[in-house]
Design a protein around this ligand. Structure first.
Ligand code: ATR
Length: 286
């Protein structure tokens, strides 16, 4: 028996235990996977107690991904680029940290949604931790250009500076929502349209639409919301009403990031499609 957990605040809603148990079933592995709540400032203590009790590894969710990054003795380049860790393996060498969020997104885009990412241009709305986690893996998967749009444009520019400090292939830049409106009316729009639009903001949680021109949705192949829900999210509705070709929520990304965490801990990559299907049915049926 091996022991795993997800640490967060809040954590009661986390689907990670269900997903990891479904993966374990595919291989006949015996695992336990708990939800561990930590109060703000209490991440390190909860982590240490779980390790001392014989734990093998943890996933880390909001708001502790930065704490997890700071506490690890070794981190992957992906985690370095994100400055955030969502998966920790306990090893003799210490705490080994990785960030599998972006891999989960890339797998969902290129697998379930059938997109070839080579050469694509991507617009990511939002410049918080969710955006930081996915940029390096999108470039590794072949994306050519990523633009980050944010209300606070300084935050988006800083994010680009930080990420550009780690070598990557591709062009990364930042702009404001009003810049998007200018682009729309400018002569460069045909060149500056985006193949994929990604929502990494929390605007939808407050029921708010993003100030992205309709024509950008209409010209793109896919609008992807990192949030998942039983019904189409505000961003998905906005995209489809504006004539976007396709839209998706982030449930597949959730399953994908869990699959890569599973592979790091167990050395085998589980199948995501059947787990996604069951989870989708369970969530939509609620
Ligand atoms: P996370 O770590 O999950 O990415 P975060 O760091 O709190 O969360 O970032 C939330 C993001 O959502 C920010 O980019 C925020 O934009 P600002 O930095 O300009 O505040 C964005 N956001 C939240 N509400 C928004 C709204 N109504 N419209 C546009 N962006 C919004």
């Amino acid at each position: 028996m091996k022991y795993f957990a997800v640490i967060g605040h809040p954590v009661a809603h986390s689907r990670s235990p269900i997903i990891h148990q479904a993966f374990a079933k595919q291989f006949g592995h015996e695992i336990t996977y708990a939800r561990l709540h930590a109060a703000p400032g209490g991440f390190a203590d909860v982590l240490a107690a779980f390790q001392a009790a014989g734990g093998h590894g943890v996933n880390v969710t909001l708001p502790f991904k930065l704490d997890a990054y700071a506490i690890c003795s070794e981190v992957s380049d992906r985690a370095k680029s994100a400055a955030a860790v969502n998966t920790i393996a306990f090893s003799k060498r210490g705490l080994i940290g990785d960030n599998t969020d972006g891999l989960g997104l890339v797998d969902d885009l290129s697998g379930r949604l059938g997109l070839k990412l080579e050469g694509l241009s991507v617009l990511i709305c939002g410049a918080g931790g969710a955006t930081r986690g996915v940029i390096a893996p999108l470039f590794e998967a072949g994306c050519r250009h990523i633009r980050v749009v944010n209300r606070d444009v300084q935050k988006a520019k800083q994010l680009c500076i930080d990420i550009n400090n780690v070598p990557h292939h591709g062009a990364l830049d930042a702009c404001s929502y009003s810049d998007l409106q200018t682009l729309k009316s400018g002569r460069g729009f045909d060149v500056l349209g985006f193949d994929v639009l990604i929502n990494a903001t929390s605007a939808g949680l407050a029921g708010q639409r993003l100030d992205v021109p309709d024509v950008m949705f209409a010209k793109s192949r896919l609008a992807y919301d990192m949030v998942y829900a039983a019904k189409p999210t505000v961003f998905m509705e906005q995209a489809m009403q504006a004539g976007c070709a396709d839209s998706s929520d982030g449930l597949g990304m959730l399953v994908g990031q869990a699959a890569h965490a599973y592979a790091l801990w167990h050395g085998v990559m589980p199948q995501t499609a059947p787990v996604y299907k069951d989870l989708r049915a369970a969530i939509d049926g609620q």
